[in-house]
Design a protein around this ligand. Structure first.
Ligand SMILES: [Zn+2]
Length: 426
């Protein structure tokens, strides 16, 4: 062990924040990377190209996923005021233009208490709790109550992209059977709606056209083979899709972390095999990660630990998620021994590393945890440009990505060299 310590010191895991920023800029320049869109394939090629340049062996496995395109989204108030609006992904279209009176419910989701038949229901998200992120079940209730559409008001100066999925953990229940066209408007649009309600006349025209095609995408995996016979794997992963362009923090930052980790770790000799993983289709219920879990289970690989990078470069302190879950699941806890190992590395390198719990959703790592794989998740959720058109490269901090990646590099070196036993707490 002492010998190993002399071969490598923490100082040698230096991640280049400038390379991080260049990767993020390049990725954001490749267009629409929602699963199956041309930018998804372009970023898959970009990531595969970096893996090949680093002499990793490449495993590129095609999968089928549900795509989404917003072709038109227009909201008009009282026939003349256009409100800036955005559809949640997977929203159904309005087929023809819908014109109907609005009815304001605030944050009350109990539709049965109101007369909403033939109306557009207007909800207001009053804080950043994301209570109106998963809209599938609400839209089903609205359809059952005879409503013709939903508008949610976001408390920030721009609309954000929500999901028309149920948010339930089981992918068989991913979409509700019935639905109504749904859009999100920003605070300014919300004020106009309030004025119209106050004046007693709030007629809303919704014109929404969308597509939900089945599309092809790829799991892109760079493999750094371990020594000898070991089947153990350590997975370093990030999703490459976004909710909406350009997606610099979510999740250009995570992709860049994985690419830099591959660069700083590739020449080290490990017992375990390292898998650097780029997944499509995290947005929403993470079916891309579910496909990756099947891919892992089809091999004889034994995953010792998986570390997910999702939104590292904006807002607040660097943190690891402790508990997280989907709305219909008990909180699942990330591996305490793995978090402790990352803590030790952070302390050694002089980085701060906090904790948080997330109750309203879990990223790709949630699918791995459901399969019993010990996981950790670097995630800074307090990005107020989240899922909006303003998540741009000029707002991201490459140094924040550097911190997460260097902490990980040191921890992975210990874990993959067998210097750290790991996995013994329950
Ligand atoms: Zn993300």
């Amino acid at each position: 062990m002492g010998e190993h310590m002399n071969v490598r010191t923490p100082k040698q895991f230096v991640v280049d924040a400038r390379a991080v920023t260049r990767h993020i800029e390049a990725i954001c320049g490749l267009g629409d990377r929602f699963a199956g869109e041309p930018g998804d394939a372009a970023v898959a090629d970009y990531v595969a190209g970096v893996f090949e340049e680093l002499d990793l062996s490449l495993d590129r496995t095609p999968i089928s996923v549900t795509g989404y395109r917003e072709e038109r989204c227009s909201v008009t108030l009282n026939g003349h005021q256009e409100l800036e609006a955005l559809t949640p992904y997977y929203t159904r279209g309005s087929e023809t233009r819908i014109q109907a009176p609005g009815v304001f419910l605030g944050d009350d989701q109990r539709l049965d208490r109101y007369d909403v038949a033939g109306k557009v229901v207007v909800f207001e998200e009053t804080d950043e709790s994301f209570d109106f992120f998963w809209l599938g079940t609400l839209a089903e209730k609205a359809a059952d109550a005879g409503a013709v559409g939903i508008i949610t008001i976001h408390p920030l100066p721009w609309p954000y992209r929500q999901s028309m999925e149920t948010g339930l953990a089981d992918l068989q229940q991913r979409f509700a059977d019935r639905s109504v066209p749904t859009v999100c408007v920003a605070a300014a649009g919300g004020m106009r709606l309030m004025r119209a309600f106050g004046a007693g006349k709030c007629d809303i025209t919704l014109d929404v056209q969308t597509a939900r095609p089945t599309v092809e995408s790829d799991l892109v995996i760079g493999l750094q083979a371990g020594r000898g016979e070991s089947l153990e794997r350590i997975v370093l992963m990030a999703h490459r899709d976004f909710a909406i362009a350009p997606g610099a923090n979510d999740n250009g930052s995570g992709i860049a972390a994985v690419l830099e980790l591959a660069r700083v770790l590739k020449d080290l000799d490990f017992d375990a095999t390292i898998e650097y993983v780029s997944l499509p289709s995290e947005e929403g219920s993470a079916p891309g990660a579910a496909a990756y879990v099947e891919h892992l289970q089809a091999s004889s690989a034994k995953v010792r630990a998986a570390i997910n990078f999702d939104m590292l470069a904006v807002g607040g302190r660097l943190r690891l998620v402790e508990g997280a879950g989907w709305p219909n699941r008990k909180m699942r806890y990330h591996a305490p021994w793995l978090n402790a190992l990352l803590d030790e590395s952070a302390a050694e390198l002089g980085y701060e590393l906090g904790r948080l719990d997330l109750a309203w959703g879990v990223g790709d790592n949630g699918r791995l945890m459901e399969a019993g794989i010990p996981a950790a998740w670097f995630h800074k959720p307090d990005d107020y440009r989240y899922h909006s058109r303003h998540d741009k490269p000029e707002h991201v901090d490459g140094n924040a990505v550097k911190a997460a990646a260097e902490i990980t590099a040191l921890a992975v070196w210990r874990l993959a060299s067998g210097l750290e036993s790991g996995g013994h707490d329950h």
